[in-house]
Ligand binder design. Structure first.
Ligand SMILES: CC(C)(COP(=O)(O)OP(=O)(O)OC[C@H]1O[C@@H](n2cnc3c(N)ncnc32)[C@H](O)[C@@H]1OP(=O)(O)O)[C@@H](O)C(=O)NCCC(=O)NCCS
Length: 365
């Protein structure tokens, strides 16, 4: 393997108590570099976060141990490394990322960073390394997804994963919906009407975080189903037990970040159970992209257009929550046809593709 350049340091990044604290300088600079890397790859700033928004995601908690390093070259922060260790009982998994400014690619820095990732995973006795990257459109030859749906170019990031023993497991589509389209409100109203007819026996309930007490248990149950019910291809996800305490901790990530989340759920009228949900999120001053996060219909309630129902009801209500957001972005597995059908009918169009990559370490390696 190549020798990294002299002047390279991989520095553990201690988390400041707040993004305004006197010692928050490195964290703030790390976030600035993170955002620049994101724009260099995607050409837009839809995935930018402020230091205030990102810091709560690293708050210590009982469900995950998250570690960060800055990549420093000749005294300047040029990237970051992240390793997340889920603390579910029996977990074998570590999630990782290495993100570098484009100007320093191809000099062995990523490989040095990756060595730290593997070392850290082993130190936590994790053998399944998983990571995601965006692969912008390019002329390079394509690597097909083993699911049979989608492919990514063999670009710099793909070659990096392959060189370090990872295999492509899943391709995900980043989709965007133009909220400034003048035809969208009528279109959504029509789709909602049709879904409402098919969803007899269910009603829509909506709330902004924090979740009202009467919905906490139902929402926590659905959050626990996300990892088991969403298509995972060859990636490995731990089963997650969610209770009210975990849900409240999860909500703090948004509330402490001063980001708004609208949850739109379908309630089964007879039982009172919450059986489907959708999440829309926005931060900052409300002029940025909206993120459509989790959407799920519990398996025993599929076939009633509840996915369409909650998505349309959410987007309609969103007009008054975030009237100045220009678009919604969302990420779906390329093989998740039922979900893509709904998104495409609403008007989401693909803007990019991501690869989900995995390496299984052999114990003695
Ligand atoms: C993917 C990424 C981390 C790779 O980092 P990098 O520093 O460019 O990686 P390296 O330099 O160690 O290796 C890349 C290539 O440069 C070559 N290289 C390494 N040292 C070199 C040197 N000193 N001189 C010239 N080439 C060198 C490597 O052999 C490798 O060649 P290959 O493409 O034929 O396999 C970086 O491009 C990046 O941050 N991308 C954006 C975020 C991302 O996609 N991350 C993916 C992981 S989460």
């Amino acid at each position: 393997m190549s020798t990294p350049p002299p002047g390279l340091e991989l520095r553990p990044l201690p988390l400041p108590a707040s993004a305004d604290a006197d010692d928050a300088g490195d964290f703030v600079e790390m976030v600035r570099v993170r955002n620049l890397v994101s724009t260099e790859i995607s050409g837009h700033d839809d995935f930018h976060l402020t230091p205030h928004e990102l810091l709560p995601a690293y708050a210590p908690g009982p469900h995950e141990h998250r570690m960060l390093w800055t990549v420093v070259l000749d005294g300047d922060i040029v990237g970051r490394i992240g390793v997340d260790i889920p603390l579910e009982e029996g977990s074998r998994v570590a999630y990782w990322l290495v993100e570098l400014r484009r100007a320093v690619w191809g000099r062995g820095i990523g490989s040095a960073a990756y060595e730290l990732v593997e070392h850290t995973a082993r130190a936590h006795r994790r053998t399944v390394l998983q990571s995601w990257a965006q692969h912008p459109a390019s002329d390079e030859s394509r690597l097909p997804s083993p699911t049979g749906y989608g492919s990514v170019p063999r670009d710099h990031a793909a070659r990096f994963y392959l060189r370090h023993g990872h295999s492509l497991e899943q391709v995900e589509r980043v989709g965007a919906l133009d909220l400034t389209d003048p035809g969208l409100p009528d279109h959504l109203d029509r789709l909602l009407q049709r879904a409402t007819l098919a969803a007899e026996g269910y009603r829509v309930v909506q709330w902004e975080l924090p979740t009202p007490p009467e919905f906490v248990d139902g929402y926590a149950w659905m959050k626990s189903r996300m990892v088991t019910d969403a298509p995972a291809a060859g990636l490995e996800f731990d089963e997650e037990a969610w209770d009210a305490d975990r849900l409240r901790r999860h909500e703090r990530f948004y509330l402490d970040a001063r980001r708004r989340m609208l949850v739109t759920a379908a309630q089964h009228v007879d039982s009172g159970d919450i059986v489907a949900f959708n999440e829309l999120v926005i931060g900052g001053d409300g002029t940025q992209a909206t993120h459509q996060e989790d959407t799920l219909v519990l398996s025993e309630h599929r076939g009633h257009r509840l996915g369409m129902l909650v998505k349309c009801a959410a987007l309609i209500a969103w007009r008054s929550v975030a009237p100045h957001s220009p678009r919604v972005v969302t990420i779906n597995a390329e093989e998740n046809r039922p979900m893509l059908d709904i998104n495409e009918a609403i008007g989401f169009a693909p803007i990019a593709y991501e690869g989900g990559w995995k390496k299984v370490l052999s114990p003695g390696e």
